[in-house]
Design a protein. Structure first.
Length: 137
């Protein structure tokens, strides 16, 4: 994620951030990015410079729009792995909605898969990933 971008955190000096959920989640993720095991180059993130509220949508159309951005992101696999492993509950990360991640984690547990393999399969074709398990996307 473009966690280091001021735009993503909405930290423009003198401007109060009205999206507390987004800010708290972002800050949590930022602290995780600071640990070596999760480090990746966030400057490559497709969300860099974009309004962070896009990734915390309240409608299905909003989720779709956020996913479209993530679909073009070269670090979405690492982003999704991190969101899964750190139980990120809010927002769209790595092209997966909150609901997607809950289901991915359930499949991971049930099928005893590691995070990288389950996220890789999801990202190749989310519809096929859920259809194979007889789950509607
Ligand atoms: S996958 Fe989406 S949320 Fe994650 S870094 Fe890329 S654009 Fe940002």
């Amino acid at each position: 994620m473009s966690i280091s971008s001021p735009e993503r955190f909405n930290e423009e000096p003198g401007v109060e951030n009205t999206n507390k959920v987004a800010t708290d989640a972002e800050r949590e993720i930022q602290s995780l990015h600071d640990t070596p095991s999760y480090y990746f180059d966030t400057s490559l993130a497709e969300c860099s410079g974009k309004d962070p509220n896009i990734f915390f949508p309240s409608t299905s159309v909003g989720v779709f729009e956020a996913k479209l951005i993530c679909a073009r992101c070269v670090i979405r696999d690492d982003c999704l792995i991190q969101a899964i492993e750190e139980n990120e509950d809010n927002g769209v990360w790595g092209g997966a909605s909150e609901r997607d991640r809950r289901r991915i984690k359930a499949i991971k547990r049930r099928e005893h898969l590691d995070t990288r393999s389950v996220t890789k399969e999801f990202l190749i074709n989310p519809e096929a990933f859920f259809r194979k398990r007889r789950m509607n996307n």
